[in-house]
Design a protein around this ligand. Structure first.
Ligand code: TV1
Ligand code: CA
Ligand code: ZN
Length: 400
């Protein structure tokens, strides 16, 4: 990796735009974009910035976003402002509701929800986080980097013609299409360890044999978005009576922690790699699967979450790491900082350095690897009958 001048060529690059952290979903909303600044501050404090190149890129264009979305939806997003929306022009509100933007009436719960609020600089925000994922994809396609990171991306719920679950546009679909269009990669594996089902990405590539989408997620009860049961597996004919899997879901019960999670993750990823033989991997690393998250109830430790990244890195394929959910923001920053270190291949100490934001980490004793009550993983090591059924279904699906 020596460039001849004695300096090491860096194999990891990252995207960071401070303007993303100024985005405000509203004071009661759970999505806090400031967490990406906390993450970067921690990465910097641990001295990891010198081991990566920073991608400086232009925001995604309308044309880029049309790789994943209907032009009418993109145009509506581009022109949507809180001023117009709040002026209560009835037509504007009705059009917004159609795209799941702003206040939306929910038939199921008979409640108004505002998951995707009409906020200041919405279009700029979409362009920037997608621009980051696109640039990261192009950095991998160039062959110059092994791993590219965009912790502000990973908005897996946005669909072709509508927003969903805090996600306005789907940067992941744009990035995967860019990887495929570059011509270097014939097959792309999408792995999603966010606590929620990666429904938007799944739907986008359901009928595309070049992309296999795999999501691990909390499932059951009213947990959003209620899709992604293990029986929803997809496949396409692959000639000679064979079939090619296009999607895999691994539903998990609330309370699933490191032990049971990893009884599923390693074996499933290993089989997926053998059967699908991808040329590149896009991994959505939503940190709401960590213990103590404000919205989800899985219980991964930071090491357990990062073990997923380290397992995938072990296959040596070009790897795009994206963010996603994560609602206890000190946990999120700890996790994504540690995963950045894993990507680089450096050990970092458990003590959070003084760096200006250190007080955010008081509740975790100023340690990266925080402990949550009830994390006695002994009980969690044995799969429950439901997990056995899940793994059997998934393995069967990959067997044919
Ligand atoms: C405004 C203010 C919006 C407070 C939304 C939690 C809020 C939630 C809020 C919330 C909240 C959801 C649903 C509504 C179906 C809908 C980034 C009838 C305290 C990737 C998206 C979860 C997860 C959406 C995104 C979910 C990701 N949960 N307070 N909204 N219901 N929406 O359940 O996968 O992490 O919670
Ligand atoms: Ca998931
Ligand atoms: Zn989530």
């Amino acid at each position: 990796d020596d460039d001849g001048g004695g300096t090491k060529q860096k194999s990891v690059c990252y995207y960071y735009d401070p303007r993303i952290s100024y985005v405000d979903y509203g004071e009661t909303h759970e999505m806090v974009p400031h967490r990406v600044s906390m993450t970067l501050a921690l990465i910097k404090a641990y001295g990891l910035l010198d081991d990566m190149d920073r991608l400086r890129v232009a925001p995604a264009t309308e044309e880029d976003l049309e790789l994943a979305h209907d032009p009418e939806f993109i145009r509506f997003l581009r022109d949507l402002t809180p001023a117009d929306y709040n002026a209560d022009a009835k037509t504007q509100r009705e059009a917004a509701e159609k795209y799941k933007l702003g206040e939306v009436w929910n038939e199921l719960t008979h409640c108004v929800t505002n998951d995707n609020p009409v906020i200041e600089n919405l279009w700029d925000y979409c362009q920037r986080y997608t621009g980051g994922s696109l640039a990261a994809a192009r950095a991998l396609a160039s062959g110059r980097y092994k791993i590219a990171i965009n912790w502000s991306g990973g908005m897996h719920h946005a669909c072709k013609g509508k927003a969903g679950g805090f996600c306005y546009v789907n940067d992941i679909v744009v990035a995967i299409k860019a990887l495929l269009d570059g011509g270097q990669f014939k097959r792309v594996l999408y792995l999603d360890i966010d606590a929620h089902h990666g429904d938007g990405v799944e739907t986008a590539f359901m009928e595309d044999s070049r992309v296999l989408t795999v999501s691990f997620h909390q499932f059951g009860g009213e947990f959003f978005p209620r899709t992604g049961d293990a029986v929803d597996v997809g496949e396409l004919p692959a000639g000679d009576d064979g079939v090619c899997p296009t999607l895999i879901n691994v539903p998990l019960q609330a309370g699933t922690r490191d032990g049971r999670y990893h009884q599923l993750f390693g074996p499933i990823v290993d089989r997926v790699m053998a059967v699908f033989e991808p040329d590149a991997v896009v991994m959505q690393c939503g940190a709401d699967s960590l213990a103590g998250d404000r919205l989800a109830s899985l219980g991964l430790s930071v090491r357990g979450h990062a073990k997923c990244v380290s397992i995938v890195k072990g296959y040596g394929l070009p790897l795009l790491l994206l963010g996603g959910g994560g609602y206890t923001i000190n946990h999120v920053a700890s996790c994504w900082c540690y995963e950045t270190a894993v990507a680089i291949g450096k050990e970092i100490p458990d003590d959070i350095p003084q760096h200006g934001y250190q007080n955010y980490y008081k509740s975790q004793g100023y340690k990266l690897h925080y402990h949550k009550e009830d994390s006695s993983s002994r009980k969690n090591r044995d799969m429950r009958s439901k997990d056995k059924i899940t793994i059997d279904k998934v393995m069967n699906h990959l067997d044919r």
